[in-house]
Design a protein around this ligand. Structure first.
Ligand code: ADP
Length: 914
């Protein structure tokens, strides 16, 4: 049965019960009104008529009695009236009680007795009444009266019966009314109870018919919700709920099918992803192989051209060799870009977190583009705000990469004017770290607004014709942007065609505390001194002024040499130093220097000439003229000005041939004959004589037979590769025979570097190997006493003499030409890092009374310091080292503080040397 029919049935039943109850009520009311009420009225009316008839009889009797007593005919009036009245009332009573035979019978009896009284006594009394009344008491009279009374008593008895019967009739009617009402009520109660019972049963069955199927449906829904799509409802109950169940089942069926489809698609996606990852891995492997394959011959090309350029060549040959070198460099840049980009794209980019001096990073970036900028006559200037933390933590290599890329573009797309790098501190980021902004502003061709969107797209150039003019892969900015984002920052650009562009890297950096930027410390000679700056470039003037003022100097500056001369002649101002730019209109810096020297009072004033790379100036013409190469590094400016104002540090001594530096025992493991040759030649230039082997197995064997300080290990070699050889060496050799092992590989990916380090290597050199990087590696080697080579600069100078002999550094870097200063900085930085580390060991050794540890530190410091010309320190360390070996008494704390002092002196001297 349907739900609708069941509900209708219950409603109908309830309605029926109510209707029957109403009908009963109506029937009862009708019966009471139409039948019982009429009956009752008739009984009451008949009773009244009977009473009136009886009263008339009483009146008759009273009238007759009066007549009998008085004999007065007038007394007969009630009797005479009563006779008719009685008859009328009795007739009326009879009419009302026509269907009540019993009462009619009784009335007949009463009437009969009335007539008997009337005929037998009343009529006689009327006739004899007059005579009786006048007679006295007589027996007749008494008898007559008694006779009348007896007849009347009969009548009265009959009347009483009638009245009783009339009362009974009335009471019967009332009793019936009560019975009818009670009966109707009882019927209704029964009906209601029966109705309630039926409706209750029907409701129960209705609830049973709905609840159970609904519970079933809810159960199915909850199973479906829990993910069991095979759950089905068991259709039952009314048709409507069965339809709902069927719908639910269909829905579950559809969902099941959908889920199966989704799972199939997910499986397909997983497979596709695995395939993509495999493809990506294959791509990475391919890139690594390509990188290796390209870098191996490039190593020969770049290395050999470097060596070729160091040999005597005709101008034409030099030009050819330089072209080869530049093309090699360009090709390497492209390979590096592509590798970098693919590394970033595949999410393999990992940033380092190390403290570095921000100024060094910015200035070394400028160095890398200085040559191109000078060739185009562009001014290259860096400005670092004083609020910028001098030392920060981060990935210095990646920061430099972004800056070099922005600077390279700026130089590439600028024909005249200047390029300014300004570093400013913005408000701190959400994590509280200072946010630094590195803006590279050029005065170049600019970028049209509608081409801006192409800028950061990979392999895209704003104007494809620039590729033909300037070259480039269109990857530089895409890589820079991703690096900026990896640092948690961004790369902004603003540009105006014809006016120039500004690219700004904005990123948060944690301030570092392990290092210090010595440039921020004013040398004792500078505060209070007066300086004159003459430079036509206002930005340069502003920056130089800010720098000198930061060291406590007072500064005058002029944009034109003639104005400067006027100023100098006009006021007999006593300047302590003058800084002159070489390239100025009307009169160049060298001429200005000559003119100034000729002025009275200017014979002794130190002059600093700012020159560009490649400027040829005959310094001999102007006495006491120091030159400083642009872009001016703050550290160099500080050293030069300090020396000019009284520092007693010796001048750089130029020597013709590179001198031999401390010789190390080096083992070169390299299978490629050309690369062997390149490395051997480079090492020989650095004063070394390596032993060469061709594979890992030979390297292991060679190390078993002899002690080496350094192993330069190619990674991919036949028989035994470099990683395996390293693992064997690390496992086989005792600790005191362990060499420093540096991977020399054409695999430039991060994983390759990690694999080398994991195998036990100390460092990693990517091919093509450059002379300066190789020299840096040598500088980091710590030799052992037994192997102490005949160090070229003997440990002669006694403590108290000059802290550093600049000849040693010159000897190491001179042959590198323009790259020399950069390389020298690299060497000194490496020395500083190592010394800091060794001093920590020294302090803990001295504090714990560990003579061996102190001796070990002295031994390590001795050779690295000697190589760089820190001879006083080397001599001190040698004596400590010897004393420890000879078991001589030694106050470790005093020794440690002496070494600290000497390291500080050498450090200062390196800074002053610039
Ligand atoms: P590329 O290696 O080709 O220079 P980049 O990604 O570094 O690739 O630069 C993309 C393009 O953006 C350049 O080809 C050039 O059109 C434009 N561009 C970049 N820097 C500058 C700039 N400083 N001035 C003008 N145009 C620039």
């Amino acid at each position: 049965m349907t739900l609708a029919r069941q509900v209708a049935r219950v409603t109908r039943t309830a309605f029926l019960v109510v209707a029957v109850a109403a009908l009963i009520n109506m029937a009862m009311l009708a019966y009471l009104n139409l039948h019982l009420d009429a009956e009752e009225v008739r009984a009451t009316d008949a009773g009244r008529e009977l009473r009136l008839a009886h009263l008339a009889m009483l009146d008759q009797e009273t009238g007759l009695r009066a007549f009998l007593i008085t004999g007065d005919a007038e007394s007969l009036a009630p009797y005479l009236e009563g006779r008719n009245v009685v008859v009328q009332h009795l007739a009326a009573a009879r009419d009302l009680l026509t269907d009540n035979d019993e009462l009619l019978g009784l009335i007949d009896v009463q009437d009969e007795r009335r007539r008997a009284w009337t005929s037998q006594w009343a009529n006689r009394a009327v006739q004899v009444g007059g005579s009786i009344s006048s007679s006295g008491v007589s027996p007749y009279k008494r008898e007559f009266v008694t006779e009348g009374r007896l007849l009347f008593d009969d009548y009265r008895a009959a009347h009483d019966d009638v009245e009783v019967a009339a009362n009974v009739l009335r009471e019967d009617t009332e009793a019936e009314r009560g019975r009818v009402v009670k009966g109707a009520l009882a019927l209704q109660v029964v009906l209601l109870c029966a109705g309630l019972l039926i409706v209750g049963r029907q409701l129960r069955s209705l609830r049973g018919a709905i609840l159970e199927p609904v519970q079933g449906l809810l159960g199915t829904i909850s199973e479906l919700r829990d993910g069991n799509l095979s759950a089905r409802s068991r259709p039952q109950g009314p048709a409507e709920l069965r339809a709902v169940g069927d719908g639910l089942d269909e829905l579950a069926e559809a969902l099941g099918t959908e889920r199966a489809g989704t799972e199939r698609r997910a499986q397909q996606l997983r497979e596709a992803r695995r395939e993509a990852e495999d493809a990506n891995a294959a791509k990475s492997a391919f890139l690594a192989t390509m990188s290796h394959e390209i870098r191996t011959p490039m190593n020969a090309v770049v290395g050999m051209t470097g060596l070729l350029l160091d040999s005597p060549l005709t101008d034409e040959q030099r030009e050819f060799a330089e072209t080869v070198r530049q093309s090699g460099d360009a090709l390497l840049t492209i390979i590096n870009d592509v590798l970098d980009f693919s590394k970033i794209e595949s999410g393999q980019l990992e940033l380092e977190h190390q403290a570095f001096v921000l100024r060094d990073c910015v200035e070394s970036s400028l160095d890398l583009v200085a040559a191109q900028a000078t060739a185009k006559g562009l001014d290259l200037v860096a400005q670092i705000d004083l609020e910028v933390p001098p030392v920060v933590e981060g990935d210095v290599t990646r920061l430099r990469q972004v800056l070099v890329n922005l600077l390279g573009n700026a130089v590439k797309f600028t024909e005249q004017g200047e390029i300014l790098v300004s570093v400013t501190a913005e408000s701190a980021g959400p994590d509280g770290r200072p946010v630094l902004s590195f803006a590279v502003r050029d005065s170049g061709i600019g970028i049209p607004a509608d081409r801006m969107d192409r800028l950061f797209r990979s392999f895209s150039q704003v104007d494809s014709s620039t590729t033909r003019t300037h070259g480039g892969t269109g990857l530089g900015l895409a890589i820079s942007l991703r690096l900026a984002e990896a640092m948690g920052g961004r790369l902004d650009v603003s540009s105006e065609v014809g006016t120039g562009s500004t690219f700004t890297l904005v990123a948060p950096f944690t301030p570092g505390h392990e290092l210090e930027d010595r440039v921020r410390i004013a040398p004792a000679q500078l505060p209070g001194k007066r300086a004159l700056i003459v430079d036509d470039n206002p930005t340069n003037r502003r920056i130089l002024r800010a720098q000198l003022e930061a060291w406590g100097m007072s500064v005058d500056d002029d944009g034109l040499p003639l104005e400067a001369l006027d100023r100098v002649r006009g006021a007999d101002a006593a300047y302590d130093v003058a800084i002159l730019d070489m390239h100025m209109p009307d009169m160049d810096g060298a001429e200005l220097a000559v003119t100034l020297r000729a002025l009275p009072g200017w014979e002794q004033i130190p002059l600093v000439l700012l020159t560009s790379l490649g400027d040829r100036i005959t310094l001999a013409e102007v006495p006491d003229l120091v030159h400083l190469t642009k872009p001016v590094k703050a550290a160099a400016l500080r050293a030069v000005v300090a020396r000019a104002l009284g520092s007693t540090e010796p001048e750089h001594r130029a020597t013709e041939r590179p001198e031999r530096v401390g010789r190390l025992r080096i083992l070169l493991a390299e299978d490629n004959a050309v690369n062997q040759k390149v490395a051997v030649l480079m090492l020989e230039r650095l004063g070394q004589r390596p032993v060469v082997v061709s594979d890992g197995a030979e390297a292991v064997e060679a190390l078993r037979n002899a002690a080496y300080d350094l192993v330069l290990m190619d990674v991919q070699m036949p028989v035994m590769d470099g990683l395996e050889a390293t693992r064997r060496i690390r496992a086989d050799l005792p600790a005191d025979r362990q060499p420093r092992i540096v991977a020399m590989t054409a695999n430039a990916l991060v994983e390759d570097r990690e694999a080398s380090l994991a195998a036990g290597m100390d460092d990693h050199l990517a091919k093509p190997v450059r002379a300066e990087e190789l020299a840096d590696v040598l500088a980091r080697v710590t030799t052992r006493a037994s192997a102490a080579p005949p160090a070229a600069p003997a440990l002669t100078p006694a403590p108290g003499g000059p802290a550093v002999d600049p000849a040693a550094l010159d000897a190491l870097t001179r042959h590198l030409g323009a790259n020399g200063p950069g390389f020298r900085d690299t060497l000194v930085s490496a020395w500083r890092r190592e010394s800091r580390h060794l001093l920590e060991q020294l302090d803990s050794g001295a504090a714990s009374g560990d003579r061996e540890a102190v001796g070990g530190v002295a031994h390590s410091l001795r050779s690295s310091s000697a190589s760089l010309g820190a001879l006083a320190l080397a001599a001190l360390c040698a004596s400590v080292d010897d004393a420890v070996r000879a078991d001589e008494p030694l106050d470790l704390m005093v020794t440690a503080s002496l070494i600290h002092l000497e390291v500080a002196r050498a450090d200062e001297a390196f800074t002053d040397l610039g």
